[in-house]
Design a binder for this molecule. Structure first.
Ligand SMILES: Cc1ncc(COP(=O)(O)O)c(C=O)c1O
Length: 378
């Protein structure tokens, strides 16, 4: 169910909703089943569910909701990496050339280097800030799939999805956008010309740091069918409880993003004013190099800020002095977290580079705690 003029809060709650049934819960309870009673011959001829790896009602409701926010048809996956794997495996094969972001989520590069290469997929890497120029200079000729990640994780660079999509469509390449950081409320890649939008829903979409999920949405029926086959054959389907929790969690996406964005605006300023910090990045800060493009392309801010402390020891001292900034990887959750990215070995960042993920704590509390912890560094 959806109304064309509904705002983000309404759509977060109502997307994918079924017509009301008197006496039934407002949101259907999860249906826990692997096989279902079979009746139809051949199986599923009458539309009844048969086996939950391919389809099940709780997943359908969740996918309808996410697809409505993305403005496409959604397929949900067990993790974000399962969704990204599906994109590459469904769109490219032996001998195909794929372009990935050189500065995006590092496990995507590991997937390429350690798995795709074994299947004969040729992989090239382009930095987020360079892809528009490469596309304009004909660098997408002969490319089967180009994956963008904007804003990129963790350095928060932004590229022009519409410009790359125009060039890609002219040269016959499929464009997928990793939309994890922005979320479907913060950016709609399908409306900007991308064929696929893909995300880790482990992050802000579900936002409570207690779920692993991912999804791909598309408005292209042929790509949808290929992705669905991949998921059915590879078995990377989420279970009903995850799907139900994901659907329940996304009801508050608008509220959580609003608080996270408001917190990030303050946090970015406090970081920028501190002598212990340099290189603050938040695409919605007017001083940020991504500001102009982010304001044009994106729909709203989010809670991820990156910055550099002096070194690894400074990050340790910061964490020891803070009560509200918790050391944890991942981002987009209700807790405010700090991740020193160099510890994972996958990103080309300095030892003191940190990704701050602003949670939904009170802004005053978060800023007071941040200021006190930064003061402990001087
Ligand atoms: C931008 C981005 N894409 C994909 C993923 C992978 O998601 P998952 O951990 O749910 O597999 C992550 C995880 O951090 C991410 O940050």
């Amino acid at each position: 169910m959806s109304g064309p003029a509904w705002g983000d809060g309404t759509r977060s709650v109502r997307a994918g909703e079924l017509p009301a049934v008197p006496g039934a819960p407002l949101r259907p309870s999860p249906v826990f089943a692997a096989p279902f009673h079979l009746a139809d011959q051949p199986p599923r001829a009458g539309g009844a569910d048969a086996y939950a790896r391919t389809e099940q009602p709780t997943l359908r409701n969740f996918e309808a909701a996410v697809g409505e926010l993305d403005r496409g048809r959604c397929l949900s996956f067990a993790t974000g990496m399962a969704a990204l794997t599906a994109v590459v495996m469904a769109c490219a094969g032996a001998g195909d050339r794929v372009l990935l972001p050189a500065d995006g989520y590092y496990t995507t590069r590991l997937l390429a280097a350690e798995e795709l290469s074994r299947f004969g997929v040729e992989v090239g890497y382009v930095a987020t800030l360079d892809i528009e120029r490469v596309a304009a200079e004909g660098g997408l000729d002969g490319v089967r799939l180009v994956l963008l990640e904007t804003p990129s994780n963790p350095q928060l660079d932004v590229c022009d999805i519409a410009a790359v999509a125009r060039a890609a469509r002219a040269s016959g390449a499929v464009v997928a956008v990793d939309n994890t950081t922005a979320t479907p409320l913060g950016q709609r890649p399908l409306g900007l010309g991308a064929h696929l939008t893909v995300a880790s829903d482990t992050k802000a979409l579900t936002g409570h740091s207690d779920l692993l999920l991912g999804h791909v949405s598309t408005a292209d029926d042929e790509l949808f069918a290929r992705l669905q086959s991949w998921r059915n054959h590879s078995g990377s389907t989420p279970g009903p409880f995850e799907a139900w929790l994901g659907h329940r969690s996304m009801s508050t996406l608008d509220l959580r993003l609003a608080r996270q964005g408001a917190n990030a605006a303050e946090v970015a300023e406090v970081l920028a004013a501190s002598p212990a910090v340099r290189g603050v990045r938040w695409p919605w800060r007017p001083e940020d190099p991504s500001f102009a493009l982010a304001s044009r392309q994106m729909l709203r801010p989010n809670g991820v800020v990156s910055a550099e402390l002096v070194d690894e020891a400074a990050v340790g001292r910061f964490l020891a002095a803070s009560r509200l900034w918790t050391a944890a990887t991942s981002f987009g959750g209700v807790h405010s977290t700090v991740d020193r990215r160099a510890q994972w070995g996958g990103d080309a960042v300095a030892p003191g580079f940190v990704r701050f993920s602003c949670g939904i704590e009170d802004t005053d509390d978060l800023v007071a705690d941040l200021s006190a912890a930064l003061d402990a560094l001087s």
